[in-house]
Ligand binder design. Structure first.
Ligand SMILES: Nc1ncnc2c1ncn2[C@@H]1O[C@H](COP(=O)(O)OP(=O)(O)O)[C@@H](O)[C@H]1O
Ligand SMILES: [Mg+2]
Length: 283
């Protein structure tokens, strides 16, 4: 990852800093690419602990995600979002169906997939900067390159002042932002994000959403992002996939054909909010 391309902290997108500021031409991001990069076909999941006759946690999930697309999985707590993300990540095995990433069956983590969890464990014995450097060095960067990248990424997530602090000296929200910087340092083609901003206060959360969109537009990543927040989905997604529980299944899929930056007063988004709200009532 070339450090220069991430050096854009002039936020926020929402209040008008336009694409002209980007160091690389902005892809036709709103539409994603055209090639499928993730194919989820007929995926079902039952946990061994499930009692006989109980509903599966996931049932017949079909979802194809295009290269560079930003897809948000939205659903109430317990509907199977994390389970589905973990199956795509290769951390959990599907009971039925298949998941292909770049035309290969998923056999485990890695392979261009980066994961950001709800709660991320940083190495407690390493400073924030060293935690991020560790990821960069693990993909072959020299110490000097990794240090420069870590500084750049920590600036990106608004933490340039605390690079030499240890995780125990940082708030939960700050630790989460270090974890996001660490995931970005791996420069994965696919970012799998499980409610990554859930622990952040609303203002920081909005800023992080803007920064994520920036990284996604400049670095051309495919993002599969889990949330239970309708507005977070509406602000971020090219496409929103709504899951309902028992069994976990897709009950609505909608493209968000609104240009970014998006405003909460946009009538198109308000109409979509209503449709999604209705779909979320499914139990
Ligand atoms: N390892 C597990 N063993 C048994 N049940 C599980 C396990 N992980 C998740 N579940 C169950 O699967 C359902 C979906 O969980 P999860 O995927 O975490 O939902 P979400 O992320 O949407 O809140 C829940 O009912 C949960 O209790
Ligand atoms: Mg979850």
């Amino acid at each position: 990852m070339e450090v220069a391309n991430l050096g854009m902290n002039d936020r926020p997108m929402r209040s008008g800093a336009g694409p002209a500021m980007l160091a690389e031409p902005m892809p036709d991001a709103a539409n994603g690419g055209t090639d499928p990069i993730i194919r989820i076909a007929g995926v079902g999941k039952r946990f061994a602990s499930d009692t006989q006759g109980s509903e599966p946690v996931l049932d017949a999930i079909d979802l194809t995600i295009r290269d560079n697309e930003f897809v948000v999985l939205l659903g109430r707590s317990g509907c199977g979002k994390t389970t589905l993300l973990n199956i795509v990540a290769g951390l959990e095995k599907a009971t039925s169906g298949s998941v292909l990433v770049a035309n290969r069956p998923v056999t485990g983590p890695g392979g261009g997939k980066g994961m950001v969890f709800q709660q991320n464990a940083l190495f407690p014995w390493l400073t924030a900067a060293r935690n991020v450097m560790f990821a960069a060095q693990s993909r072959g960067q020299s110490k000097a390159e990794a240090a420069a990248l870590a500084a750049e990424l920590l600036r990106l997530v608004g933490l340039d002042a605390v690079g030499d602090k240890y995780p125990s000296e940082l708030s939960g929200g700050m630790q989460q932002r270090v974890a996001i910087a660490r995931a970005l340092a791996l420069d994965p083609a696919i970012l799998l994000m499980d409610e990554p901003f859930g622990a952040l206060d609303e203002l920081t959360r909005n800023e992080m959403q803007d920064e994520l969109l920036r990284v996604w537009q400049v670095r051309r990543k495919t993002v599969l992002f889990v949330t239970h927040s309708i507005w977070e989905a509406l602000m971020l997604a090219d496409r929103i996939v709504v899951l309902a529980p028992r069994p976990g299944r897709i009950v609505l899929e909608r493209s968000v054909d609104q240009p970014r930056p998006r405003s909460r007063t946009n009538p198109g988004l308000l109409a979509l909010h209503e449709a999604i709200w209705q779909a979320l009532q499914a139990r």
